[in-house]
Design a protein. Structure first.
Lengths: 286, 321
């Protein structure tokens, strides 16, 4: 018997990959997309914002593999750099949303009573707004910029994380190890965030993967209607919008960044679905 | 106030439902005017069927459940009235061992974290010294020191219960509440864990409040026993005397219904069994009268007072009033 063993959470995640091919494919795709975004300066054949009016609307060719847009910018380079915006917005907003939402859900579930009704009531109000509409309102209020976009999308996704965190907290609260902690004089804060939270992190990771796809879609939609990161920064959403003006004469302008969004969202969904299927029965078994 | 644990007039009523959408309000008198005392280093067994309120009473003693009424004293501490600071003192002196070893250990925390956390929280010690104490405690409960880095799912039920016992003893309490500490374990393991508890009790001079539905376990472990029925204590006394000569009809029923090795000695219980009445709607008078073979008219109307028909014996029954 070895003296050092893996944390059960990580071994559950690892076995999720072993037993579920879908999540494995999603994981590989996401890793490739992240690598492409990280290595954009190396991989991109041209500067993503440098204009060359003489070479505008060129179809894919040996010189620029995916063609150029209406300002003569290299589309492959713009898609690679655009991946950075999508991934940063998706990841940062999900991190913020899961931290705030997770904490609110644990507090609501653990404390119960009036606090629970107050928090979850507020979450229900937030859930009643369509994500895009809520994001649009927030960006319209605080103005479009990368930072504000992250804040706006994070705010729209706090509510689902609060719900995800609250349900298992209600179950864990009744477990005897929480009672043992109280008998040992542990504070409520310690019981909530040192004892309960680590038990629901895997649920939050699964939801985070699925909701990151949603966050990337929201970011693209906001960019599409001009409330995303301001130009000339390359983002997938704003590329689709710019391409729309030339949808008949140069369809690749809109189609290629759309494909990038599609692939990323599908990859995240595959990863999240697979993780959920693999992790859920384990949590029940314990 | 004498040494040891003294509980008097302890009551707890749970209210469910009520309110705007909660449906009809239900009140359950889980613990109803319960009094008992455990001497310093003594051991009292609290026995009764499931749902009789024995676990609630035990949790009230630790203020894990807030009692509605009653006085609880341990040594010089008034537990029922204790504020935040005094509660911390109580935590270091009275600890609890739980029934379900699968639910009582946090699956995400190593044995090291589980055992050293109380020391860190109470500022006793940390780091290497805490690890050292955790290791010592593990060997005291019959586990290897090597298991410090492991997670609970790697252990059997009996081993987990040993970890639970070790955790309860980390703060070196002088009194332990054991809530059905062996009833979730295999019979073969029960005896081992029971022996461990008895060893620890003798070595560390612990006082015990031992909750169980199993009379055999109580008989083995405790000097004193209190029998609970529907939230009230119906009989109390020294274990040997109570087993030799049970006074309350309910105690007799309990003793008769525990397994007897000799088939010829078994009695037919059919006339005395029957359903336990609902605690939310207990019968008037003596709560046991619908099942009692000696029920008299007075039992249906007047709740029997506790009397002492013999030295050291207490019983709440009209037969002795």
């Amino acid at each position: 018997m070895s003296t050092r063993t893996a944390n059960p959470m990580w071994s559950a995640l690892a076995s999720a990959f072993r037993t579920n091919k879908t999540s494995w494919v999603g994981f590989v795709m996401i890793v490739l997309i992240i690598l492409a975004a990280l290595l954009a300066p190396v991989l991109a054949p041209a500067d993503p914002i440098e204009q060359d009016i003489l070479r505008k609307l060129e179809p894919p060719s040996a010189e620029s593999i995916l063609g150029t847009d209406s300002f003569g910018r290299d589309i492959l380079s713009r898609i690679l750099y655009g991946a950075r915006i999508s991934l940063v917005v998706g990841l940062a907003s999900i991190l913020i949303a899961s931290l705030i939402g997770g904490a609110l859900g644990v507090i609501a579930g653990y404390v119960g009573g009036r606090v629970d009704r107050l928090i979850m009531g507020a979450m229900d109000v937030m859930l009643a707004f369509p994500t895009l509409l809520l994001g649009l309102m927030i960006v319209a209020m605080i103005g479009p910029s990368l930072q504000n976009l992250i804040i706006a999308i994070a705010l729209t996704e706090i509510a689902p994380f609060a719900r995800i965190a609250r349900a298992p907290t209600l179950l864990l609260r009744e477990r005897e190890f929480i009672e043992a902690g109280r008998a040992l004089g542990f504070s409520d804060l310690r019981l909530m965030f040192v004892h309960i939270l680590p038990n629901i992190v895997s649920d939050l990771v699964v939801m985070g993967t699925l909701w990151m796809a949603q966050a990337i879609r929201t970011e693209a939609s906001l960019s599409f209607i001009g409330l995303g990161v301001p130009p000339p920064t390359a983002t997938w959403g704003s590329m689709v919008r710019e391409g729309f003006e030339h949808i008949l004469d140069a369809p690749w302008l809109a189609v290629l960044p759309s494909l990038a969004i599609l692939l990323t969202v599908i990859a995240l969904n595959m990863l999240g679905d697979g993780l959920r299927d693999a992790i859920d029965p384990k949590l029940r078994r314990e | 106030m004498s040494d040891g644990l003294t509980v008097s007039g302890l009551s707890k009523t749970f209210v469910s439902g009520g309110g705007l959408l909660g449906g009809p309000e239900q009140r359950v008198r889980a613990v109803d005017d319960v009094s008992f005392a455990v001497e310093e280093q003594g051991s009292l067994g609290l026995v009764g069927e499931s749902g009789c309120g024995k676990s609630t009473a035990a949790r009230c003693v630790l203020r894990l459940i807030e009692p509605d009424a009653g006085a609880i004293h341990y040594a010089d501490i008034d537990i029922a009235k204790a504020g935040r600071h005094e509660l911390v003192r109580i935590r270091r002196r009275i600890q609890i061992v739980f029934q379900d070893p699968y639910s009582s250990l946090n699956p995400r925390r190593t044995i090291r974290q589980t055992l050293t956390e109380p020391l860190r929280v109470h500022g006793v010690c940390a780091g290497r010294e805490a690890d050292e104490r955790a290791g010592q405690m593990l060997s005291e409960v019959g586990l290897s020191r090597d298991v410090l880095n492991r997670y609970p799912h790697e252990f059997s039920g009996g081993q987990r219960q040993r970890v639970g016992i070790a955790r309860a003893l980390m703060l070196e309490p002088s009194f332990v509440v054991a809530d059905e500490p062996v009833s979730a374990l295999d019979v073969s393991v029960q005896a081992q864990v029971l022996r461990l508890l008895a060893d620890l009790r003798d070595r560390r001079r612990l006082g015990f409040l031992f909750i169980s539905h199993d009379l055999g376990v109580i008989r083995h472990f405790c000097k004193q026993v209190a029998v609970m029925y529907l939230g009230r204590i119906v009989e109390q006394g020294p274990v040997e005397e109570l087993f030799r000569e049970p006074l309350h009809p309910y105690t007799r029923l309990l003793l008769d219904s525990s397994p007897v090795p000799d088939p010829a000695a078994r009695r037919d219980l059919s006339e005395e069994t029957g359903e336990v009445p609902s605690a939310s709607n207990p019968p008037p008078g003596c709560a046991f009268h619908p099942r009692c073979p000696h029920a008299m008219p007075v039992c249906r109307e007047i709740r029997p007072a506790t009397t002492s028909p013999a030295p050291n014996r207490l019983v709440a029954c009209h037969l002795y009033g």
